[in-house]
Design a binder for this molecule. Structure first.
Ligand SMILES: Nc1ncnc2c1ncn2[C@@H]1O[C@H](COP(=O)(O)OP(=O)(O)OP(=O)(O)O)[C@@H](O)[C@H]1O
Ligand SMILES: [Mg+2]
Length: 360
């Protein structure tokens, strides 16, 4: 986005706020359309605009020690702002042929995240659009992404109640996006996956990366797209075959993350043979088979942290989320209710087992 456009946004933003436009009031879909150059309405005091110099200062000139990770958009650095606030700074680094697409994702991210506020969504603190440079500045999530926790970096693997808590947090974040309460119309995330589930020190999950998000026009349940966007391993089969995007596409991806939590395996594991790379295909037929289910539970998860009853309920929920037919998948609200029940079932089961153990 040219710098002029950013300042034009800011100008329009200011004049809009002088007009007392309420960002939470329902507006027709045309208002939200990205092409219409409307400025993002602001939540709280609004996200800040930073200069390139501030980004350099915050990250010690993008030093290797501050590097948190690398994704499709570019590198992510830990930074400290002049205010002393610790943040995560995502630097857009794209090959020339991808710049236009990246520009769009940058705008969607600023546009959408500026309007949202929920404890299970990563907050956007601000952005920088200085000359050709683009940065997104997020709240810093101390424990990084969920996939790293399930696949190696953690010395002690998450126990079952922690995994349930993460699933519940992520479900709440998605349910908020899907409900019209967020911006007046539902939002499909479109790139929900375990690297986009970030964890804070208390293992509270927050969803990140809205660059591919799509606002669903009111009253319209599907949106036909020309190109399928998202990440391999999390694609809703109905979306890939028909191009029809629905809120249920996120439910499918959520089901894949549930399977990662259950098995500790990756959504796509290129180290496996060609028929075993896709997690859903690997385990789908076992999920409702109580005898064989034990075989797919993450072997590194503390055995005394779960009951088989709660595992069976969880596996059943995951199997429904990844159904090929999108209309057969549960809604995110239903997922929240079931996960709460699974959490209680597990706690009760474990305390009963403990009680019995003490008696003998
Ligand atoms: N707000 C944050 N706080 C802490 N770490 C973060 C934050 N945002 C991103 N990271 C880290 O940086 C890594 C790279 O993030 P990024 O979103 O660019 O890529 P990705 O999600 O892994 O892949 P993709 O680009 O395909 O979405 C993440 O996996 C995470 O570990
Ligand atoms: Mg990400």
């Amino acid at each position: 986005m040219p710098f002029g456009l950013v300042s034009a946004w800011n100008k329009r933003r200011r004049s809009k706020s002088e007009d007392h436009v309420d960002p939470w009031r329902y507006k027709p879909v045309e208002y939200w359309q990205l092409e219409d150059q409307n400025p993002p309405a602001k939540k709280r005091q609004g996200s800040s605009v930073f200069t390139l110099k501030e980004m350099e200062e915050a990250t010690s000139s993008f030093s290797e020690e501050n590097l948190l990770g690398k994704g499709g958009f570019g590198r992510v650095y830990k930074g400290t702002l002049r205010s002393g606030e610790v943040v995560a700074i995502k630097k857009m680094e794209l090959p020339p042929f991808k710049v236009a697409e990246g520009e769009r994702e940058f705008r969607v991210e600023v546009d959408i995240l500026s309007r949202l506020e929920h404890p299970n969504l990563v907050s956007l603190i601000g952005y920088c659009a200085d000359g050709k440079h683009r940065f997104l500045v997020y709240e810093y999530m101390h424990k990084g992404n969920l996939e790293d926790h399930l696949n190696g970096i953690a010395e002690v693997k998450m126990d079952w109640p922690t995994r349930l808590k993460v699933a519940l947090g992520a479900a709440r974040g998605l349910a908020y996006l899907h409900s019209s309460s967020a911006v007046g119309i539902p939002i499909v995330h479109r790139d929900f996956k375990s690297t986009n589930v970030l964890l804070n020190t208390n293992n509270e999950a927050k969803i990140s990366d809205f660059g591919l998000a799509k606002l669903m026009p009111e009253g319209q349940e599907t949106f036909v797209t020309a190109r399928v966007l998202g990440t391999f391993g999390y694609f809703d089969p109905e979306y890939t075959s028909t191009g029809k995007l629905t809120l249920q596409s996120d439910v499918y991806a959520f089901g894949v993350v549930l399977l990662e939590l259950l098995t500790g395996r990756r959504a796509v594991d290129l180290n496996q043979g060609p028929n075993d790379q896709n997690l859903v295909l690997q385990v789908r037929h076992i999920l409702n088979d109580k005898k064989r289910l034990r075989k797919v539970i993450d072997p590194e998860m503390n055995r005394s942290s779960y009951t088989m009853g709660s595992i069976a309920m969880f596996a059943n929920l995951a199997s429904r989320c990844v159904r090929s037919e999108s209309s057969e998948r549960p809604s995110m609200e239903e997922c929240i209710k079931e996960l709460q029940l699974i959490f209680c079932t597990n706690s009760k089961g474990l305390s009963m087992a403990m009680h019995t153990f003490r008696m003998i």
